[in-house]
Design a protein around this ligand. Structure first.
Ligand code: LIP
Length: 263
C-alpha cells in the first residue's frame, strides 16, 4: 500500500499537538493537585487535567484546520465541513493517571470521511510516541514496529479490560474466566490506546475488550493495523462499535471462534 499523503501530513500535526498535551498532563501528574469528578459511574473519573488537555488539543487543531470536525471524550463535538474529523482522548487511562500508575496516554486519531488515516498515542509516563498513517506503517519513537508472529493461541498473551459499570464488569469477568483456558495469560493495564500499541509492538499477542468508545480506539486501531495486526469486532458488533479484537491474522480467527463460542 502506498503512503496516503494527507494521512502523513495530518499525522505530523497530530504528533505535535499530542506532545504539547502530554507536557500538560505530565505537569498535573507531577503536582497531583487537581479536581476529580465522576461521569457514567462512581469509578468513571475525569480530572481537570483531562479537560485542560482536551481544550489545548482542540485549540491546536482549530488554529491549523478551522473547518475540521471534532469528537473528544470530554465534550469536544463538531461536524466540521472538511470531511476530516479528529477523535480525541486527552488522557486514555485516567484511572491510572489518578492513581499514579504509569500507563496513560494522549490519543489522537484523524478520520477522513469516517476512515482513520492517522493516529498518535503518546505514552506520557514513558515519554514514547506510537504513530501511524494510512500506508505509512507504524512506528515507536520513529522506529518501525510490527505485531507478534505467534501462531499458538494457547501460548498467547492478551490484553483485556473492563467496563466502568459494575453490572457490566461482573458479566465481563464471568466471560473472561471461560476464555482463560484457551490462552497463556492476560494483562489488564487500563489504557485501551496503549494496549492496541502493545499489540502493534509485539508486547502483547492480542487485545480484546467490550464496548469501548471511539476515542479509546481510533488512534490505537490504525497503529495496530499498520503494524500488521487485524482489528475486528465480535459478538455481532464491529471494531468501530467498540467491540475490540486485535492480533495478528494467525491468532485472530481462533480467538474470534473462542469469543463467539461464549456469546
Ligand atoms: C479506559 C480504557 C480502558 C477501559 C476503561 C476506559 P479512559 O479509557 O482505556 O481500556 O477498560 O474502561 O474506557 O476512560 O481512561 O479514557
Amino acid at each position: 500500500m502506498t503512503v496516503d499523503p494527507q494521512g502523513r501530513d495530518l499525522l505530523a500535526l497530530a504528533v505535535e499537538i499530542a506532545a504539547e498535551a502530554a507536557v500538560v498532563v505530565a505537569k498535573y501528574a507531577a503536582e497531583r493537585t487537581y479536581a476529580i469528578e465522576t461521569k457514567s459511574s462512581p469509578t468513571d473519573l475525569v480530572t481537570e487535567a483531562d479537560r485542560e488537555a482536551e481544550a489545548l488539543i482542540v485549540r491546536g487543531i482549530l488554529a491549523a484546520r478551522p473547518h475540521d470536525g471534532l469528537l473528544g471524550e470530554e465534550g469536544a463535538l463538531s461536524e466540521g465541513t472538511s470531511g476530516i474529523r479528529w477523535v480525541i482522548d486527552p488522557i486514555d487511562g485516567t484511572t491510572n493517571f489518578v492513581y499514579g500508575v504509569p500507563a496513560y496516554s494522549v490519543s489522537i486519531g484523524v478520520e477522513r470521511e469516517g476512515q482513520v488515516i492517522a493516529g498518535v498515542v503518546h505514552d506520557v509516563a514513558l515519554k514514547e510516541a506510537y504513530t501511524a498513517s494510512l500506508g505509512g506503517g507504524a512506528h515507536l519513537n520513529g522506529l518501525p514496529i510490527r505485531c507478534s508472529e505467534k501462531t499458538d493461541l494457547s501460548a498467547s498473551l492478551w490484553g483485556i479490560g473492563f467496563a466502568y459499570d459494575p453490572h457490566r464488569r461482573g458479566e465481563q469477568a464471568r466471560f473472561y474466566d471461560r476464555v482463560m483456558t484457551h490462552i497463556r495469560d492476560v494483562r489488564r493495564m487500563g489504557s485501551a490506546a496503549l494496549d492496541l500499541c502493545r499489540v502493534a509492538s509485539g508486547q502483547l499477542d492480542g487485545y480484546w475488550e467490550f464496548q469501548l468508545n471511539p476515542w479509546d480506539i481510533a488512534a490505537g486501531g490504525i497503529i495496530a493495523r499498520e503494524a500488521g495486526a487485524v482489528t475486528r469486532g465480535f459478538h455481532g458488533y464491529t471494531f468501530e462499535q467498540g467491540y475490540v479484537l486485535a492480533s495478528n491474522a494467525a491468532l485472530n480467527g481462533p480467538m474470534l471462534a473462542v469469543l463467539d463460542s461464549y456469546r
